[in-house]
Design a binder for this molecule. Structure first.
Ligand code: SAM
Length: 224
């Protein structure tokens, strides 16, 4: 069975999404070990580079950082990072793999999304993270995220759509496209890519994905 930690001899290991379905984060971290940074983060970083030099410090919050695939990319590209996750194991894997030369630009915080009070960050990255927020707390969590991003700063990450198979589970957050657009009302959209596809798990069971990939820039007087 996916997510139970063991793989019976001769059977394929469970895929990352099969662990995520069960919130089996140790299994998820094993399944994504060594994976590169997410496309939404890479797009946001390229856009900051294209914006050109700025006096604003390159400080990012990587919310729901897991074992750190995006955090490492941010550090590699010279950013200071606050990496936040509710999984002690995720943060300890991240710290174990951390090259010593990055250590002084990384801060980690063990926190749930629901308890986290973000400070100002020019990039708030949340890759495949916010859908796992407690649904009744999502609006306040999102309001704090929007409040932490200054004019000209960016949000990068994913929201899950209402046609995703996990929408019936009830313990995670799914949105319609108009709802996603409303969440981004204070932003100029750099990328809003809606993807619906199917992925077979290790046992052949197919999952229907409905995901919004988002990169967006906070609007305001100083925004270009
Ligand atoms: C699907 S993983 C994404 C990890 C990483 N950002 C990535 O792109 O692979 C979701 C992460 O959210 C964390 N998480 C789930 N619910 C959370 C919550 N309520 N508060 C904080 N972290 C949470 C898990 O520990 C896990 O690391």
């Amino acid at each position: 069975m996916p997510g139970t930690g063991g793989t019976p001899p001769g059977s394929a290991p469970a895929k990352a999404h099969e662990h995520a379905e069960l919130r089996d984060w140790p299994g998820y971290f094993r399944a994504v070990a060594g994976k590169p940074a997410r496309e939404t983060l890479l797009k946001a970083l390229d856009l900051f580079d294209r914006d050109g030099p700025s006096d604003v410090p390159r400080f990012a919050i990587d919310l729901g950082c897991g074992s750190g695939r995006d955090t490492f990319e941010l550090l590699r590209r010279g950013w200071r990072v606050l990496a936040v996750d509710a999984s002690e194991l995720g943060l300890s894997l991240l710290k174990k793999e951390l090259p010593a030369e990055y250590a002084d630009r990384l801060e980690t915080l063990l926190s749930t999304y629901e308890d986290f009070m973000p400070r100002e960050a020019v990039l708030l990255n949340a890759s495949y993270a916010l859908p796992f927020c407690e649904p009744s707390r999502f609006d306040e969590v999102w309001a704090r995220i929007v409040g932490a991003i200054p004019t000209g700063g960016r949000f990068a990450g994913q929201f899950f759509g209402e046609r995703d198979d996990w929408a019936v589970l009830g313990d995670r957050v799914h949105h319609t496209r108009p709802q996603v657009e409303r969440l981004l009302a204070e932003f100029t959209i750099d990328r809003l890519q809606e993807v619906e596809n199917r992925e077979a798990g290790a046992t052949g069971v197919v999952k229907n994905w409905h995901v919004f990939h988002v990169v967006a820039k906070k609007r305001g007087k100083a925004s270009r």
